[in-house]
Design a protein around this ligand. Structure first.
Ligand code: NAD
Length: 525
């Protein structure tokens, strides 16, 4: 039974998902020492932002397989320490997209109509109808810096308000921008054309103080700026100076270079700045969805599968996920199969992605194969997260290639293993959403790679299947499925039996002693 420790309050919907995956302990009282003492008994840890999951906590979590963060940022988790130990770190990056987007739209309209200032004026007993002459957002140009999850959602809503939307994002494709009705332009063009610039980018070394005096000077005179991304991207002194000089007409900030900002900070008092205390993600719906999203990631990781949002595993685009997931299982199971069937020393592996696989990001599949190949022989827990590190340490060579042709399959994954004795070839495909092995060493077979299996390399002779069946029956091993592939009648053949229980070494030895059987191999996947 998996044990899951939750150290901060997460939504009930998330807890329900976790309860389906194991025994859940919610301990909101743990300090650092308490966490260090408790963590060794748990397979999963779920936190929000207050619990500091440092390297010593991770080292003490000897059973830990997954750390979940109910939210986006993982600054409170030592991700490299988790990665080195093969612990998957999952978060909930999509959970607050809509919350931040709607706040951004709220700030946009608040800037246009000076809503907070008008509210404060009325509350102070004044009635200043002419002072608060606003402007309409319709027909204005919004420039988005960053067209990721949140930037795209803002774009869709701004288009609905009849704005022209420009974006600068060095990664996003023209096709994607076109799809949502956004014109992708260079940064300088965006700055010179936009009436309002809204930031939706991460805080990185390259984006720290990105909006400094030089950048602000490139903006249209009298433009507005909104920052609901991360504090530190806008240089606050430069912003204040630009508002004073009239270069900018207004700004709206949800985030600050230091949070909370000092109470006396000018940025909080300036009449042209609307401020809110980092409430972008603070909606009831975002909290529920952060809890459920992270719980689903944790539950998936505990089953051994790759979760959708793993911080320390390659990102998979949502639209590719459905197609990719069965290939991840196929890759991992193929790696495990190869590892158990090939006993000769291996020189290297070659992975070929055929057919529809050539259109996918194949990196996650490669990691799944590596995980399957390495896990049985590693003292450390191997996951897609640390598989490349372990492979590098062991000098495992894995080359990759693509091939547009996939025989009669939509996609085919081919793993070739070069040993001192020659090459072994395994091929698998996804049929009706399930992974199948369709070729082993030139024999066409078809089985689902899971559970106990028995392989025989033999001569195709009448009665062969019956003899093996009798031996297994005599040992009380039940056969659930059988597949035979042969090169030609009465020539070399392979039998694959799927079993309900594994065949013992003694039974395997008996099978191997049968006439015309060259080898019998037991595998448990
Ligand atoms: P995302 O990763 O989906 O998108 C970020 C986009 O920015 C990517 O497409 C990337 O290519 C682009 N980008 C990176 N550097 C860039 C640069 N120098 N110039 C232009 N584009 C660049 O992220 P997201 O989920 O959309 O989040 C956007 C921001 O919002 C992040 O900083 C995130 O931390 C922040 N956020 C804030 C709150 C809040 O409470 N205010 C809540 C959640 C997220």
């Amino acid at each position: 039974m998996n044990r899951i420790l939750v150290t901060e309050k997460i939504a009930a919907e998330g807890l329900d998902v976790l309860k389906g995956a194991g025994e859940v302990d919610v301990r909101l009282d743990l300090d650092k020492a308490g966490l260090l003492a408790a963590i060794g008994a748990y397979d999963a840890l779920v936190v929000r932002s207050a619990t500091k999951v440092t390297a010593d906590v991770i080292a003490a979590g000897t059973q830990l397989r997954v750390i979940g963060r109910a939210g986006t940022g993982v600054d409170n988790i030592d991700v490299p320490a988790a990665t080195a130990r093969g612990i998957i770190v999952v978060n909930a990056p999509a959970s607050n997209n809509v919350a931040v987007t709607e706040l951004t739209i709220g700030l946009l309209v608040a800037l246009a109509r000076s809503i907070p200032q008008a509210h404060a004026s009325l509350q102070s007993g004044k009635w200043e109808r002419t002072k608060f002459m606003g402007w309409e957002v319709r027909g204005k140009t919004l420039g988005l810096i960053g067209l990721g999850r949140i930037g795209s959602e803002v774009a869709v809503r701004a288009r609905a308000m009849e704005m022209t939307v420009l974006a600068y994002d060095p990664v996003v494709s023209l096709d994607r921008a076109e799809q949502i009705g956004v014109e992708l332009v260079a940064m300088d063009e965006l700055l010179s054309r936009s009436d309002v610039v809204s930031l939706h980018i991460p805080l990185l070394e390259g984006t720290r103080n990105l909006f400094d005096a030089t950048m602000i000077a490139k903006m249209k005179r009298g433009a507005h700026i909104i920052n609901a991304s991360r504090g530190g991207i806008v240089d606050e002194d430069a912003l204040l100076a630009a508002l004073e000089s009239g270069q900018l007409a207004g700004a709206a900030l949800d985030v600050f270079s230091s949070e909370p900002p000092p109470a006396e900070a000018e940025i909080l008092r300036h009449p042209k700045i609307i401020t809110v205390p980092h409430i972008g993600a603070s909606t009831a719906e975002a909290q529920v969805s952060a809890g459920s999203e992270v719980a689903e990631g944790v539950a998936t990781a505990l089953t051994g599968a790759t979760p959708r949002y793993a911080v320390n595993a390659p990102f998979v685009a949502p639209e590719a996920w459905g197609v990719l997931q069965p290939y991840l299982t196929l890759g991992r199971q193929m790696g495990r199969l190869v590892c158990q069937m090939i006993t000769a020393p291996v020189r290297g592996y070659d992975l070929e992605f055929c057919g529809e696989l050539t259109d996918l990001d194949t990196q996650p599949i490669k990691l799944a194969v590596l995980e399957g190949l390495l896990e049985a022989n590693s003292s450390m827990r191997v996951t897609p997260v640390n598989a490349p590190l372990i492979a590098r340490e062991r000098g495992v060579r894995l080359t990759e290639r693509t091939n547009p042709h996939a025989e009669n399959y939509g996609g085919l994954l081919v793993l070739r293993v070069q040993t001192g004795e020659g090459e072994h070839v395994f091929a698998g495909a996804v049929l009706r959403g399930e992974p199948h092995i369709v070729q082993v060493d030139g024999y066409f077979v078809d089985f689902i790679p899971q559970g106990p299996l028995l392989f025989t390399y033999h001569r195709d002779r009448p009665g062969m299947i019956g003899r093996v069946g009798m031996l297994l029956g005599g040992a009380d091993v039940n056969i659930s499925g059988m597949h035979v592939g042969r090169l030609a009648p009465r020539e070399h053949a392979m039998m694959v039996l799927t079993l309900d229980e594994p065949a013992s070494a003694a039974v395997l030895a008996q099978v191997e002693q049968e006439e015309d059987i060259e080898r019998a191999i037991g595998v448990v996947l």
